[in-house]
Ligand binder design. Structure first.
Ligand SMILES: *Cc1c(COP(=O)(O)O)cnc(C)c1O
Length: 481
């Protein structure tokens, strides 16, 4: 479905679904939000969902299911071994990708664990367009390292480049010339998460996988965010516009030796899986599934979720459905951009990304501007986003901070969850916060975990800025909201 046009010509995203079941939301009074943020150690991961008005932390496992997905759950075939549900899932994925060898896993990072366990040896390198937190953590845990070769322009916050997730092919060629024997695999991430949900073009994936094949290096697609990427290939890549989403899906799949995905995103449910083209390699990798995930026909997933996901895969091939996310995100990003709020452009998939480095340029990188912006966003309206910046990095071996190349607050748009008026509220509160950015200060660790510190770390504000911010908020909106 092309965008619905309004008589007044204003581009407005339209919900192509109606609401059938709802969950009540609460908006805590401002002062109470301050208390909840203090209890959560100024880490939005530690907030209770009931204390949040709009949860835009992630699109992982929180997308709305359709009536057809829910209906399918009733026919789930519970069996420890040989579940019919598994074979239906395998067959659906084979229909879409041409690969019928499926290793099931309970979520995306479980796939990353299995891939790293199988391929990564100490001293190895995994070359990629850009890292994802959990993918990198599994590789480095096993003594490997990552080499990120995303095009330089991909890291520039404000841009008009349609495919900021593209890998630099010249650098990739040079890399393979030096390092191919030491390379565990090449990992291409669709909808490149940490640079703002930015897509990679089909043409770039094709050239990168050709180079890998010539170098004798296995190519792996992280398809977790492929949904948005398919939409962007169809709408932004001139040579691909006449292909259906299903055809693009197949063309992309045909490029790779291995495809893995988080079913918490791809498929709108909860689960994951690895598709392995080579039969012998598939059987060699099989051993790891019963050890870490569960028997080979469920891999730690609920069969109900698997049935829902099978329908979700088909819905992912429906342009009406997959255009919702990017259109709502573009509306949010374009409105904020027009108001002068520094956002990552062009709008990508996954969510709206605020450029915290620029918004809070008075906060030193070591005091986590994006983390501070995440805390401030909850105070200013009960909106929970996710820090994507230095706080999400791990320290250098010498203990110094590794300053992230991009410092963002991500406001994710879980699919089919929020309405336009809720989106307008988000735009409004972001603008308010931007106008009061001078009131926001930094954060420092009270308790700092060694790995993936952003998940459970406890922080405190540098100074009493949260109180001052709440006072300003109450002065504008009153005590009760
Ligand atoms: C979310 C995500 C993962 C991890 O998936 P989980 O199901 O959350 O473990 C891996 N890669 C990308 C690109 C993701 O966005």
């Amino acid at each position: 479905m092309p965008e619905i046009r309004f008589y007044n010509r204003k581009p407005v995203p339209m919900e192509m679904h109606k609401v059938k079941i709802v969950q009540k939301l609460t908006l805590l009074p401002a002062q109470q939000r301050l208390e909840k943020m203090q209890e959560a150690g100024f880490n939005t991961f530690m907030l209770h969902n009931g204390d949040i008005f709009l949860d835009m932390l992630t699109d992982s496992g929180v997308n709305a299911m359709s009536d057809n997905m829910q209906a399918a759950m009733l026919r789930a075939d519970d069996a420890y071994a040989g579940s019919e549900t598994f074979y239906r899932m395998r067959d659906k994925l084979e229909e879409l990708t041409g690969i019928g060898n499926l290793l099931p896993a309970h979520q995306g990072r479980a796939c990353e664990n299995i891939l790293a366990q199988y391929f990564v040896k100490p001293g190895n390198v995994v070359v990629m367009n850009y890292h994802f937190t959990t993918a990198k953590a599994h590789i480095t845990r096993l003594g490997g390292r990552v080499e990120e070769l995303v095009k330089e322009e991909g890291l520039i916050p404000k841009s008009t480049l349609p495919f900021k997730g593209d890998i630099d092919l010249e650098k990739l060629k040079a890399f393979f010339a030096q390092e191919k024997d030491n390379t565990a695999f090449m990992r291409i991430e669709a909808g490149t998460n940490l640079i703002g949900g930015q897509p990679i073009s089909f043409a770039n994936m094709k050239e990168a996988t050709d180079l890998a094949r010539k170098a004798g290096v296995i190519s792996v697609l992280d398809a977790s965010l492929l949904q948005d990427n398919l939409y962007f290939i169809k709408t932004r890549e001139e040579s691909m516009k006449d292909f259906s989403i299903r055809e693009i899906m197949r063309k992309v799949s045909d490029l790779f030796d291995i495809i893995y995905f988080s079913g918490r995103k791809f498929g709108f449910a909860r689960g994951g899986g690895i598709l392995v083209r080579d039969e012998a390699l598939f059987h060699n990798m099989e051993d790891l599934v019963p050890m870490f995930e569960g028997f080979l026909t469920y891999g730690g997933m609920s069969v109900k979720e698997m049935e829902a996901m099978i329908i979700g895969f088909d819905e992912t091939m429906d342009m009406d459905i997959i255009s919702q996310g990017p259109q709502f995100i573009r509306h949010c990003v374009d409105e904020l951009d027009a108001m002068g709020v520094p956002v990552i452009t062009p709008a990508g998939g996954l969510g709206a990304h605020l450029n915290a480095r620029e918004i809070l340029s008075h906060i030193p990188a070591e005091q986590y501007p994006a983390g501070a912006l995440a805390a401030a966003m909850y105070l200013a309206g009960g909106i929970r986003g996710m820090e994507r910046g230095t706080l999400s990095e791990e320290r250098n071996p010498d203990g110094s901070e590794r300053i992230a190349s991009v410092e963002m607050l991500r406001l994710a748009f879980p699919r089919r969850v929020f309405t336009l008026s809720q989106t307008e509220y988000v735009i409004d509160r972001v603008k308010w916060l931007f106008d009061h950015r001078d009131l926001v200060g930094g954060l420092r660790f009270v308790h700092e975990p060694k790995t993936l510190r952003f998940f459970t770390g406890v922080l405190e504000p540098v100074g009493d800025w949260p109180q001052k911010l709440i006072q300003a908020y109450i002065a504008d909106f009153g005590e009760d909201q």
